[in-house]
Write a protein that binds this ligand. Structure first.
Ligand code: NAD
Length: 524
């Protein structure tokens, strides 16, 4: 039996591999190596050096030194590096598409969506981040004789911990605004997808990023992730709600800030007036993207009872047209799941639902004939509260259909559970759909699109409510979170307060007169 995955890309020669591995921040004896399993054949990829917690501390210390010089550069100089990275990424995308596919198995089109999203984020912050961080004059405490400005100061070293499902976009998309704001960063590569992140690290060096401004550590999630939390100045975490809680508790002990992009159980509402073919197409695209291993993907479909049967027919037709396959190239729509744990979890959710009375309308089975972790796109009906699939995140290509009597019932169904990441509404009446969106507890709502429109709108913030997280990526918040606000107030007359030798009472009287006057004049 082969001991190495047969899908290793031909261009990934030993020399190229060495040029990627060198970016792992192992500076001592290390912790040996870790080797991921390739989903196409369930065989090992290649060993990558594993860090110790001491390596992480040293990496943060190096990044701290490098940050000072990096922060002294102009925003424009930092943006040039990011724009060069953008151009190299677009030019060399075939290599990283191969790596994403080899390491985590998604279909090439879904891998390419990472290029599209990352490129958009890079351009957006390179061009507009400066405006988001500009110094701001504010109304001073005492008019005329004082002035004040609000500044944005980089926090220092940002930790980035991200999962395997979008190893390029999540690994680098949250890094770019951190760097542009003048921070250094230490990223923990996910155990399953280290090569993708190392490839991006090498490309960033080629784009001109100075040494040590971005350090990459790798190894065991709980040990190395925790070591990152223990030494950085802010943590941007993307992953499961359970790990997010651990990370938040640990960060709270050090009083460092976090942004937490966590799990979802995202609903899609089909209103009675929806174009059902569009709704079916949007559902399939959103539910099965990256084989359902996407935080914003759709797992619950809530359909108005008047169109339930017609929509179900359209959905099943669209689902059966999906080509499940694996390997490089654009020749199929859905790839396999990323690993054995994912396959077990998805299979368990479906088996539990069926055992408790759900009906499988499409799919519902693994396809070992296609690949070791291939699983059919699956549609369930009759899902009830006692089933794991009802409100627990499946994170696979499985959707449950629910019937709603009216809009109010649809909103109530959409708001069930503790997550609140993303939602979708299909309707011909945009105004009514917008009104409905306001009542849905989700960080983003897509109208007449399944999932990608809001996250692709990088000028607007994206993030979760409830158990789906805290903080936002994209938009102004996506870069300001990596800075501390600092207020600089200037007095032209020295310390504000009663002049020496004058009784406090006269100052108090003057202050009271000012309060009343400003109130009457409507000033502040
Ligand atoms: P996970 O929480 O198990 O792991 C995420 C990352 O955290 C990994 O790199 C892991 O090594 C690391 N880690 C593990 N234990 C840690 C610890 N104690 N301290 C610090 N880091 C630790 O998540 P996963 O199962 O790999 O990823 C899938 C989950 O991520 C799903 O729930 C999905 O919805 C969520 N996700 C959310 C978003 C979003 O933007 N909201 C995006 C993608 C994925």
């Amino acid at each position: 039996m082969a001991t190495v995955s047969a899908y290793r890309p031909a261009w990934l020669t030993d020399a190229r591999l060495a040029s990627l591995r060198r970016w792992v921040a192992v500076s001592g004896p290390g912790e040996g190596t870790t080797t991921a399993i390739a989903p196409f054949d369930a065989l090992p990829t290649v060993p990558v050096p594993a860090c110790t917690p001491d390596d992480v501390e040293r990496a943060v210390a190096r990044a701290r030194v490098a940050q000072e010089r990096w922060a002294e550069l102009s925003y424009g100089a930092r943006a040039e590096v990011v724009l060069r990275f953008h151009d190299l990424l677009v030019e060399r995308q075939d290599e990283v598409l191969d790596l994403i596919q080899w390491e985590m198995g998604k279909a090439r089109f879904h891998a390419w969506q990472e290029i599209l999203l990352l490129g958009t984020v890079a351009r957006h912050y390179a061009r507009h981040g400066r405006t988001y961080l500009e110094d701001r004059s504010v109304r001073p405490a005492v008019p005329v004789v004082t002035s004040a400005r609000e500044l944005r100061i980089p926090k220092g070293v940002i930790g980035i911990v991200s999962p395997w499902n979008y190893p390029l976009y999540l690994g680098v998309g949250d890094l770019i605004p951190a760097l542009l704001a003048g921070n250094a960063a230490v990223s923990k590569a996910d155990e399953q997808t280290p090569l993708t992140l190392l490839w991006a690290r090498a490309l960033m060096a080629e784009a001109g990023l100075p040494e040590n401004v971005w350090e990459v550590v790798s190894g065991d999630g709980p040990a190395i992730g925790a070591a990152v939390v223990d030494s950085v100045d802010f943590l941007c975490f993307t992953g499961s709600t359970a790990t997010g809680r651990l990370v938040a508790e640990r960060a709270a002990r050090r009083l460092i800030g976090t942004s937490l992009e966590l799990g979802g159980k995202n609903p899609l509402v089909v209103r009675a007036d929806a174009d059902l073919d569009l709704a079916a197409r949007g559902t399939v695209a959103a539910a099965f993207a990256t084989s359902g291993q996407m935080c914003i993907h759709i797992e619950r479909v809530i359909v108005h009872r008047d169109v339930y049967d017609a929509f179900t027919g359209a959905l099943l037709a669209a689902t059966s047209a999906q080509r499940l396959g694996q390997g490089f190239g654009f020749g199929y729509d859905i790839g396999p799941l990323a690993n054995r744990a994912q396959l077990d979890r998805v299979g368990a959710h479906v088996r539990d639902a069926v055992a408790k009375g759900a009906t499988v309308l499409a799919g519902g089975r693994a396809r070992p004939d296609i690949g070791p972790y291939a699983y059919q796109p699956t549609v369930l009906a009759g899902v009830t509260d006692d089933m794991d699939v009802c409100l627990g995140e499946t994170f696979g290509p499985v959707i449950a259909l629910h019937r709603a009597d009216d809009d109010a019932a649809a909103v109530a169904a959409a708001n069930r559970g503790r997550h609140g990441l993303s939602a979708s509404i299909f309707s011909r009446n945009i105004a009514e759909a917008q009104a409905m969106a306001r009542r849905i507890r989700a960080g983003a709502v897509n109208i007449n699109d399944g999932a990608g429109l809001a996250i692709g709108t990088v000028e607007a913030p994206m993030g979760g409510r409830g158990d789906s997280g805290l903080g936002r990526r994209h938009g102004p918040e996506g870069i300001r979170k990596y800075t501390d606000a600092q207020t600089v107030a200037v007095s032209r007359l020295g310390p504000v307060g009663p002049p020496p030798g004058r009784p406090a009472e006269s100052f108090v009287a003057l202050g009271n007169r000012q309060l009343k006057l400003l109130r009457r004049l409507g000033i502040r």
